[in-house]
Design a protein around this ligand. Structure first.
Ligand SMILES: Cc1ncc(COP(=O)(O)O)c(C=O)c1O
Length: 458
């Protein structure tokens, strides 16, 4: 059982509380300096809110405005910003050992054991972890290891996929803003349709479609005329993140896994965004009863620190040569201690916080669906747990993505009322709700109430 009163103490009580418009004068100065000195190639650099302090599922800007934060640092701060138990673990570790290069340290081994214990069926207690500092590094490593293990060089990825921004992962990632002008990319990537049911590219509807798109994966892998003659792996997000918080429909992933098995390709579940409890289970793939060969993870596993990894079955890891993938900063003892505390909080009491995440997610999804009845602008509310996407449209009938001006109006008004969200989606028209798992019910429902008021005012 979760003690709701204790959870409430992790965040600012009074949120939102706005004292200036956004950005206020102090924030404006920070933004101007940032534009002067930092590359705006980074994500969300021009977002007008500036973080000065973070507490749980709330945050404060330099002008003293207090926000409900529905971003959790893009699905990262799973147990809340500056969680006291994570801080304590880091402080204890800081005065003992932080950097040990890529040599053994006590904390990284403890973390590798912990990661193994929380893996889904098929990998749990039967896996080996390679540590990195970002989701991109985890994916990059997966690409190399797949080649070495299978002796094959092709990888199947999906339209709308986001697997990171280094050249290997970027080759798997779609989206013009990440690709145009940066090519040529890694050869051997085959992109095929993702089951984005709201905008099915085959014009079909689930379930009467009989999952033709999943059968297409099987067709691509098993037909000698598709060019997929050397496929080492299929990499997929069980719920796509950056391209719109789109969950795969029931039954889809099982067909993909079967096709992989038939064709000798590895199945990689990219859980960087959807993992670490965010969807109401430790791993998103656990909603689908499919056993992956490898998992790439990151974001929410570190909560406030950069921690990521590739976890693969033991028999696969055994085929990777020693010393073939060194990484100076991997598994710094302090970040391992933080990740350990984070995973402990997520999984203790039989995963009570993750179960609560499923409940709170369902409650606010319901609230959104109810609210959507009174507006033409909300086309679909979807997602699992606290990984909720709201697809904004011009009207429900046409499903035309809401234009950028109206999206900007909604986001600006919402921020000025004290709630932080980031959009995503192939057309930039999906508002995602991905707060820390420790968000209070009061803050979560308040954030949605304000959102619905804002949308109805446009
Ligand atoms: C599914 C997925 N894979 C990989 C990445 C890359 O992670 P990072 O930004 O930590 O490099 C992301 C980031 O959003 C992601 O959502």
């Amino acid at each position: 059982m979760i003690n709701e009163k204790e959870l409430a103490q992790l965040s600012y009580d009074e949120a939102p509380k706005m004292v200036t418009s956004v950005p206020g004068p102090k924030s404006q100065k920070v933004l101007e300096d940032s534009f002067e000195y930092e590359s705006m190639a980074r994500g969300a650099g021009r977002y007008p809110m500036v973080y000065a302090e973070g507490k749980g599922a709330t945050a404060k800007d330099p002008d003293g405005n207090v926000y409900i934060d529905m971003t959790a640092g893009v699905a990262v701060n799973s147990v809340g910003r500056c969680n006291p138990r994570v801080i304590k673990a880091m402080q204890d570790q800081m005065s003992t050992l932080m950097h040990a290069g890529d040599m053994s340290n006590v904390k990284r081994t403890e973390l590798a054991q912990k990661v193994s214990s929380v893996m889904p069926s098929g990998l749990r207690e039967n896996c080996i972890t390679y540590f990195g500092q970002s989701g991109s590094a985890a994916v990059e490593t997966a690409i190399k290891f797949v080649r070495k293990i299978t002796g094959r060089s092709q990888i199947v990825a999906f339209h709308g996929a986001y697997h990171g921004i280094w050249l290997g992962g970027n080759s798997l990632t779609t989206g013009d803003q990440y690709r145009k002008g940066f090519g040529p990319f890694m050869p051997g990537v085959i992109h095929i349709p993702y089951p984005y049911c709201y905008r099915c590219c085959f014009g079909l509807e689930y379930p009467s479609c009989d999952l033709q798109c999943a059968k297409y994966v099987d067709y691509v892998l098993n037909t000698p005329y598709t060019g997929a003659d050397d496929v080492g792996a299929v990499i997929i997000e069980a719920q796509q993140g950056e391209s719109g918080y789109v969950p795969t429909p029931p039954g889809y992933l099982a067909i993909v896994k079967k096709a992989c098995e038939k064709h000798g390709a590895l199945y990689i579940s990219d859980e960087v965004q959807a993992g670490a409890g965010r969807t109401g289970k430790m791993w998103c793939i656990e909603h689908y009863d499919v056993e992956p060969d490898m998992i790439t993870w990151g974001k929410g596993m570190g909560s406030d620190v950069a921690m990521a990894g590739l976890t693969m079955r033991k028999d696969l890891a055994a085929q990777i040569d020693d010393y073939s993938q060194p990484n100076t900063w991997a598994a710094n003892a302090m970040t391992c201690a933080a990740a350990m505390a984070n995973i402990d909080i997520l999984t203790e009491n039989d995963g009570a916080l993750i179960k609560r995440c499923a409940e709170v997610g369902e409650e606010i999804s319901q609230q959104l669906r109810e609210g959507a009845k009174d507006t033409e602008l909300i086309g679909e509310v979807r997602g699992k747990g606290l990984m909720i996407g709201v697809e904004m449209v011009e009207d429900k009938e046409s499903r035309t993505p809401l234009n950028g001006d109206k999206m900007g109006q909604i986001l600006g008004a919402y921020l000025n009322k004290g709630v932080v969200v980031f959009p995503c989606g192939r057309y930039g028209n999906v508002i995602r709700f991905m707060p820390s798992l420790i968000i209070t019910r009061e803050h979560a429902t308040k954030a949605i109430d304000i959102f619905l008021d804002v949308v109805k005012s446009i």
